[in-house]
Design a protein around this ligand. Structure first.
Ligand code: ME8
Length: 634
């Protein structure tokens, strides 16, 4: 492990209040930062809010307040939330901070002086939601592929960053540094994007249209495009260019984001850094999306999960544990309160909670309340010791691979091994015969020592629970309880005063009617009646998917080769719901006499049938028996 570590979260837009998605990224960053501190690594962790641009200006206008007032009001919600989730960020940046505006101005000047910013004409379709221009071929049915809204047509003179100049360099850099963007699927997504010619990036907005932004240092009639401004936050917080923190931490920078903002981080940012003469960041770590009971979270569906609601209901550490245990980093996950409650009861109340409470009861009863070291270890004790050292290494591997769920599984294996040790050693029987006292002391010492190591390993994930276990073990000063000491069995001192505590995780009951967020089910209105003849015009057939691949530059579209007795190509908007490799071999229903069309420039001859029960979460229509390819569907 390096001796320095710098982790960042995205700076969140101030147009919406924090939800479970923001909490997830920030908690992972916190877990990573805490783990690196535990390993004795010098660590810097930054988060903050992104406050300029069209989106914020529009939201402020709707709320009838100034953009600054609006940004102040929402930014504070993020700032105040983080301590409540035990987030240990070193800095909270706002893009309206004076030092950030100075850094952005400095970078713009540098890149402009180097000749990489030029003035030009631009016309195109602009989506305010994405804060970017779209080419016509990128639109789906004339709408933004992400927001499904019609973009505005804009014709403007603007400043452009010569991003295209750095395309070959970026491809080479990504290929030479295979873990620059991870997990691999996101690296491949960026490389796929870079297979097409890269356009220059429009980095200004005329003040006639938008004044809420950083004024360009070389033309006061323009403000800076929000992404060019926001990405620079990652070096502002380190005091770029002269700050000691910049020298110490930038070479170790790791950005954490979700897949929604892969392109600005995977393409704009490295090319901006290159143009400004700054080394690229070390890693871009990209995670998937939380949905709720299989549906996309949205205000209109009323299913937005607020982190504090869950924290208040089930406790902070249970919330942090669940988020990291239930999502595989890089993949999407569907949040279900029922699954959350199950985890609290099985992993936390049963496995960990019971282990701590049984061990402490036996230990206090046996020794009158202090730690006693006991006899020399026997084979069975060494097995437990090996399980503990093994867990420390497995946790390290989990962090290395960003497989936080695997790190937790490794800790839970140690918890379960320790519970098994109790069953095997039967301390209650040893306690019955005075001649077994030394053995009993050894068994109890081993249990307590295992608890100490468990408490160290869970501390990045569940800091409060770790502290409670340490307090029960009589460890008042936890500063020495680090990864190094977790690797050395026997670190618990004789004579420590044990203190039994309350149950760590009381069992909870899941009540459907008290669910934190219940999406309103809205029935889509039934369409007007049609005649049998009308229906007969619809030709539905069974088809098998032979090949599937993402349509470049589209988040939603997958290109499919299907066999319905004859082969044909269809483009379907299911990329967010199915991975191409999972589609191959599926038997599906195809509307095959739909007029051919082009989606993002790719020809589509038909339509797949799927259900979208609650406004998101598509499920393909399938069969309970295997039908013939080409069979008519009636
Ligand atoms: O994009 N699941 O801000 P933003 C998981 N200001 N993570 C989620 C999520 C979900 N459903 N929803 C949001 C911006 N996130 C820009 C960033 S950085 C220089 C500028 C998390 O408020 C995730 O980290 O839209 C995602 O990338 C981020 O919030 C987007 O936050």
């Amino acid at each position: 492990m390096d001796n320095a570590f710098y982790v960042t979260t995205p700076i969140y837009y101030v147009n919406a209040s924090p939800h479970i998605g923001h909490a997830y990224t920030t908690i992972i960053a916190d877990v990573m930062a805490r783990y690196h501190r535990l390993a004795g690594c010098r660590t810097f962790f930054s988060t903050g809010t992104d406050e300029h641009g069209d989106k914020i200006a529009e939201a402020a206008q709707k709320g009838n307040v100034t953009p600054q007032d609006y940004a102040d009001r929402i930014s504070v919600q993020f700032r105040d939330l983080w301590p409540k989730l035990a987030i240990t960020n070193d800095i909270f940046i706002r893009t309206t901070d004076e030092n950030h505006v100075e850094t952005v101005t400095g970078i713009l000047r540098k890149v402009h002086d180097a000749g990489d910013i030029y003035f030009g004409q631009y016309e195109g379709f602009y989506c305010v939601g994405c804060e970017r221009f779209y080419m016509e071929k990128e639109l789906v049915d004339g709408c933004c592929p992400d927001h499904q809204t019609k973009p505005e047509y804009r014709k403007e003179s603007n400043y452009f960053f010569r991003m295209s100049k750095y395309q070959d360099w970026l491809i080479g850099y990504i290929k030479d540094h295979p873990d620059f963007i991870r997990p691999e699927r996101y690296k491949n997504e960026v490389l796929a994007f870079l297979r097409e010619p890269l356009e220059d990036l429009c980095i200004s907005r005329p003040k006639t249209r938008l004044t809420w932004g950083v004024t360009l240092p070389f033309d006061e009639n323009y403000v800076t495009y929000v992404w060019f401004d926001a990405l620079i936050n990652y070096i502002t917080v380190l005091g770029y260019p002269d700050g000691e923190n910049f020298r110490a931490f930038w070479p170790f920078a790791q950005h954490l984001i979700a897949k929604d903002i892969l392109k600005p981080h995977g393409i704009y940012w490295p090319t901006m850094l290159k143009a400004a003469g700054i080394e690229p960041y070390r890693h871009l770590n990209v995670h998937g999306y939380w949905t709720v009971d299989q549906s996309k979270m949205s205000k209109s569906l009323g299913n937005v999960i607020k982190p504090l609601d869950l924290k208040d209901k089930y406790g902070l550490d249970a919330f942090r544990y669940f988020l990291l245990r239930d999502m595989v980093f890089g993949l999407d996950s569907s949040f279900s309160e029922e699954a959350f409650v199950q985890r609290v009861n099985s992993d936390l109340a049963n496995d960990l909670g019971n282990l701590v409470s049984r061990t402490m009861t036996m230990a206090v009863k046996n020794s009158g309340g202090t730690v006693v070291c006991g006899d020399a270890a026997v084979e069975k004790d060494r097995c437990l010791e090996e399980a503990a050292t093994g867990a420390v290494s497995e946790v390290a591997n989990g962090f290395q691979e960003l497989a936080f769920h695997k790190a937790l599984i490794a800790i839970w294996e140690l918890i379960n091994r320790t519970n098994k040790y109790i069953v095997e050693e039967e301390p209650w029987n040893l306690a019955k015969a005075p001649e077994n006292k030394a053995r009993l002391d050894t068994v109890i010492y081993n249990l307590l020592e295992s608890l100490r190591i468990i408490a160290i390993l869970i501390s990045p994930f569940m800091p409060g629970t770790s502290e409670k276990i340490m307090a029960q073990l009589g460890i008042a000063d936890v500063s020495g309880q680090n990864l190094e000491s977790a690797r050395r069995w026997g670190g618990l001192h004789e004579g420590n005063v044990l203190k039994r505590g309350e149950a760590l995780f009381p069992r909870v009951e899941f009540k459907k009617e008290e669910k934190t967020s219940v999406p309103e089910k809205k029935m889509t209105p039934v369409k007007p009646e049609i005649s049998y003849e009308d229906f007969d015009k619809i030709d539905l057939r069974v088809a098998e998917i032979l090949e599937a691949q993402y349509v470049p530059k589209s988040k939603k579209l997958v290109k499919l080769k299907i066999d319905m007795g004859q082969e044909r190509q269809i483009v379907a908007g299911i990329a967010e719901h199915y991975k191409p490799e999972d589609l191959v071999g599926k038997k599906v229903v195809v509307l095959c006499n739909l007029k051919p069309t082009k989606l993002m420039g790719v020809e589509s001859n038909g339509m797949l049938l799927a259900t979208d029960t609650d406004g998101a979460g598509l499920t393909l229509i399938g069969f309970d028996r295997t039908p013939e390819k080409g069979a008519k569907v009636r």
